[in-house]
Write a protein that binds this ligand. Sequence first.
Ligand SMILES: [Zn+2]
Length: 279
Amino acid sequence: MRAVVVTLFNHVPIPATEIDTPFTIVPIEGKGQGVIARRFVSKGELVLAEPPLIVQSPRDMTPESIRLALSQLPTAKQREYLSLANCHRKAMHALLGIFQTNSFPLGNSSELTGERADQSGIFLQASRFNSSCLPNIIHVYDENTRKENLYAVKDIAEGEELCVSYLAALLFHPRAERRAVLERNFKFVCTCGACSLEGLALQESDSRREEIGRLYEEIGCGGNPREVLVKVGKCCPSAYHRNDIPFFDRSKERSHSWMKRVSIVTGRASIMTASNSAS
Ligand SMILES: [Zn+2]
């Protein structure tokens, strides 16, 4: 299942009711279906706010519990669920495989802290966004509206694919590890811009990500944010000019006012770094 990653923005999101759906879902060669911008999308823009089709508790989930949830839906929606990708055809029941492949946790879930959301949901449109290690979209579950919100983290041109990352904090790991996780969990070899680098460019990208990951862990574990910000600028200045995107845990942001301030500052950095086409 995908993990929730949260980046903060220094602007007020567009209300869901005012969304002019800026994308279309189309077949993409080698990827099944994917999401393409049908117009220019501004960084920070809310591109989708979607309620879950069904919700399950991963601990108690069975084919029967999924079948029961689906039985409450119109036939057309049940068919849409069955049309979603399934990376686990040989390993488990089809209903479970589809859920494992496409679900998002309803709340914070972090590989670093071991935090796990109690429930996960299926979102028919959000699940069509493919993965990239240079994501131009992030997803956040809003517990108040009970919707999965997807925001642009860079300007996106008409015709460009909209991608999230399926990796959460593992996004900061070297290419070999990123590819291994994606291949194991989602059964594909990532050929995104970052994973397509070779030689020195790849080494530098891997090094930047590892450094950002270390700094992220320091922030996530309660390190002094002022020191961390200084270190970010001192140790990894190129991160501010490239696509190595820092992510922040919303629960930490809520519980610590100082983290809120830091997140606003570093959130700006994430938008800035995401806006650059380098890796
Ligand atoms: Zn990749």
